[in-house]
Design a protein around this ligand. Structure first.
Ligand code: ADP
Ligand code: MG
Length: 273
């Protein structure tokens, strides 16, 4: 049953048929409804995601927190369209991912979502420039345009001098910056980050997080970041969402970072020394 059918049965408006208010008071970018991802391993059923209902506002920066195995990556992968739910629904930018064909889903991954991972996931045999323009090759963007967009994205993350290097010639922080440039290349509305600082020292982690925040504030990207580090979440995210055993167990609006979104703040922050 689709979310719409279920909602109609319950006598409620369909999810996505109305705008859900969130901590920034903006329209919803993501709405998950009773989301489940269960894995069958022999005789046991692993409930990696077990009935998660969650809304993220457009332009919001949220952190998904929880201990190892709590289901954070599984939730993120469902939002990313890398995996499909066992039941329940995910609606992103008004599109119910469960209703998309394989082709539509790969287009969605290409155009709507940018993703970064703990392990960077760059292709070792390719230069940074080639790595960053790869998504645009899939999107069949012509070479000249690809090249200029990849240059622009790499410059944005401060790697203009490293474009012809291969990942192994770079530090972890530089590799993650390249991964951010790759995530940014198709101008996605949504940035999904799975433990983006997990392999970095704390100083480099802060540099990466400052870039993520810049994308959120200056480009208006919605950010969902998975982390198990509460201090990191409190420093950057407007809302903290806690998971345990595949379930949402709590939520906190982070007043220190809440409401700090949009261009006016970017300008205000830019004016600071
Ligand atoms: P987290 O990111 O919070 O550490 P995960 O989402 O990776 O947690 O995993 C949640 C649970 O689901 C864990 O118990 C994990 O072992 C299990 N799990 C994740 N992926 C699979 C899979 N492909 N097959 C079987 N079990 C899985
Ligand atoms: Mg994980």
């Amino acid at each position: 049953m689709s979310a719409t059918e279920r909602s109609l049965q319950n006598g409620l408006p369909a999810a996505g048929a109305f705008e859900v208010q969130t901590s920034t008071g903006e329209a919803s970018a993501i709405h998950a409804e009773q989301l489940c991802r269960h894995y069958r391993m022999g005789d046991t059923l692993i409930r990696a995601v077990d009935g998660v209902t969650l809304t993220v506002g457009a332009g919001e920066f949220v952190a998904l927190l929880g201990s190892s195995g709590s289901g954070k990556s599984s939730v993120l992968n469902l939002i990313a369209g890398l995996d499909r739910p066992t039941s329940g629904s995910v609606i992103v930018q008004g599109r119910d991912l469960a209703q998309l064909s394989r082709e539509e889903l790969s287009k969605y991954r290409l155009r709507t979502v940018g993703m970064v991972f703990q392990s960077f996931n760059l292709i070792p045999s390719m230069t940074l420039l080639e790595n960053v323009e790869l998504p645009m090759r899939f999107a069949e963007v012509d070479r000249g345009k690809r090249d200029s967009l990849a240059h622009e994205a790499l410059s944005r993350v401060g790697l203009q001098a490293r474009m012809s290097h291969r990942p192994s010639e770079l530090s972890g922080g530089e590799q993650q910056r390249a991964a951010l440039a790759r995530a940014l290349i198709n101008h996605p509305r949504l940035l999904l980050a799975d433990e983006p600082t997990g392999n970095l020292d704390s100083h480099t982690g802060v540099e990466i997080m400052n870039l993520v925040r810049e994308f959120n504030r200056q480009l208006g990207m919605t950010v969902v970041m998975v982390t198990h580090e509460r201090a990191l979440a409190e420093r950057y995210a407007q809302r903290l969402i806690f998971l345990a055993d595949g379930k949402l167990i709590g939520e906190e609006v982070n007043s220190a970072a809440a409401g700090q979104t949009g261009a006016s703040h970017a300008i205000r922050d830019g004016a600071r020394p």
